[in-house]
Design a protein around this ligand. Sequence first.
Ligand SMILES: CC(C)(COP(=O)(O)OP(=O)(O)OC[C@H]1O[C@@H](n2cnc3c(N)ncnc32)[C@H](O)[C@@H]1OP(=O)(O)O)[C@@H](O)C(=O)NCCC(=O)NCCSC(=O)/C=C/CCCCCCCCCCCCC(=O)O
Length: 727
Amino acid sequence: MAATRTLSHTVAVIKINNPPVNALSTPVCQALIKELAEVKKDPSVEAIVLCGANGKFSAGADIREFSSAARRTVSLEDINAEIESTTKPVVAAIEGVALGGGLELALSCHYRVAHIKTVMGLPEVLIGILPAAGGTQRLPRLIGIPAALDIIVRGRHVPATEAFQLGIVDEVVPSSAIAAAVQMARKVIGKPMDSRRLSTNAVQYNINVDAFLDTALEKAKRQFRGAQAPLACIEAVRASAQLPYQRGIEKERQLFASLWATGQPQAQQYAFFSERNVGKWTLPSGERWDNVRPCQIRTAAVIGLGTMGRGIVTSLSKSNIPVIALEQDTKQLDSGKKAVNSLLEREAEKLKKQGNSFAEGNGLGSVHFTLNFEDLKNVDLVIEAVYENMNLKKDIFRKLSSIMKPDAFLCTNTSGLNIDEIASVTNRPQLVIGTHFFSPANIMRLLEVVRGRHTSPTTIATAMSLGKMLGKVAVLVGNCPLFVGNRMLGPYLEQANYLLEEGYYPEEVDQALEEFGFAMGPFRMMDLAGLDVGWRSRMEKGLAGSGVPPGTPARQREGNRYCPLADMLCELGRFGQKSGKGWYQYEKPGGRHAHPDPWVRDFLAKYRKTYNIKQQAVHPEQILQRCLYALINEGFRVLEDGIASGPEDIDVIYNNGYGWPKHRGGPMYYASAVGLHEVLMVLEGYHKANPDVPSMKPSFLLKKLAAVGGPPIKEWRTQLGKLPNKL
Ligand SMILES: CC(C)(COP(=O)(O)OP(=O)(O)OC[C@H]1O[C@@H](n2cnc3c(N)ncnc32)[C@H](O)[C@@H]1OP(=O)(O)O)[C@@H](O)C(=O)NCCC(=O)NCCSC(=O)/C=C/CCCCCCCCCCCCC(=O)O
């Protein structure tokens, strides 16, 4: 039953019942309408409590229905209007979550009581839409424009205590919100209700609303780089101040329809469900997320307190896991300790603001700093986070193998080294796994979980569950050089470099990709990561430095095109932000503000002259096609090789680890939206003209999918099923 009703004295309790999150699906809405109609006319009912089953009020409209053929037949706002106009008082008993349409439903009630552990909010913006069931009109009427705008545009989850301070809820209780709501309902029977009907109130403000919202709009345009939903949210809130309620509702609907037509909601909703689906990993052998139990991780250790190690320690501690942090000498231990403590102080501040108290068990896990490997011997799981050097990692794993208790999991935070080679020096390859965090590890949501040849299903389940505990989205991938994300980055950066050879400047390439929506263009990203990282790896592979065979042409390696520009910058000590100069110049070494550098322009002009390269007029659209299609083509190869189990996995990796704009769904979704035939044509054209760039040779899978008409992304799996799976 989608909703049930009981009677407590003269109070009817209507309970939404649609597991797992009580989404307001069409059957739920129909049931609510029926129950409401009955209690309205039932003379034995004097007041109503609205609540959700299983400790959850509601996570809002059923997102799956948005794209399904069975379009919603009942409007949520019509139900809200029905509730609000009821002459019997309605109290919302909010437990667990009240999100989106769930909170909008609660806002239409005359009173709201929340359990202290509840979170509420209007996160529609995160799935590309706006709160279109009256949320943009009622919330500003309740808490004013600035506070409502912050909640609606950021889509953030508001804890119950903050909701109480803001005036969203009337009471916060530590025990049953339903019991408290029944009590409140009985108290308010017969009291005047006009002021409790939010739609009848005017928005209160003592600010220049237009100026305030214009500033917010400009800020949102910069911050959200092409995402339309935040801008629509601001316009809807503007309507709440300028228009009577009903016209505000019309504006809300009109903005919703315009958003839908952009295609962004569909991309963001695909991203939402993909994030949930990647947790449901399956191995070819049949072991899956729901038939393998993870081991409990009570304690953990981290080896290495460089940038990555510090973030990982903070992330573990933030999730209340006690950590032992190990460094090799006192100097590095001290500086690591200082950095971790300062990160943890910031986390503690955040927790305090959210109203979490350490006594309730919501605090930070303890961190013990040590130089002694022996201290690690009893922890359940260790994460090695030293710099990328195979021999160093092997030394560490040999040591761990002899010291750690036999069932301890050994994880490596390598960003692309061979997991099997690392595991080969241990006495437990089945307990070795890659846990590839992204920097800053205490903030970035992505965790690539890399399965080695011998990694056991229990180890996979444990690493995936650790990811969840850390609040991350963990994606299981296979073991190949650079795994998934970094592997795809190679051809993308290669094209960015070629564009410089051909006439573009770093700032022009970055601008095109940032306007597309990337958090950072490729050159700013390389400067941030440090150009020396790639340079060292190229030297190890004999592509740069003294290992290059004599007589090799500067712009060629192993018969293929090669761009030596980044190597040349490194030879001049230009490593990016850390040295104050790279593709850009910075105010000082370690500075963060990138300024176009006239020296780089001059350097590129001389380079082109030396190699007699004609400066071509390349259009921004070509920058996008070349960089993005190169990345996408490698994504298809990743699928072909069975390194990721589906296109969603790749998209989740790019959305959460590489600053891909979520409103474009992810690279593979983008390819399907642009049209696989179109992607194939561009790649074929380029490769024909540039046969010495093998990364642009269209992949087998892309050709195959294009040949069957470029089916929608959800149908790609049929073709993938016929390919090898290396998970
Ligand atoms: C915090 C959560 C609620 C819970 O998190 P967690 O405990 O970690 O669990 P999850 O794994 O995330 O979720 C568990 C399963 O539940 C599924 N789920 C969650 N939320 C929803 C939902 N709202 N709808 C459907 N399914 C949901 C989830 O997928 C998991 O299932 P599975 O394992 O994948 O099978 C967390 O889940 C969360 O944050 N949820 C999302 C909350 C949210 O965003 N809410 C807002 C929803 S939108 C909304 O409410 C809008 C209201 C007003 C607009 C109404 C307008 C409707 C018009 C439709 C017309 C269609 C357009 C046509 C236009 C045209 O053609 O012109």
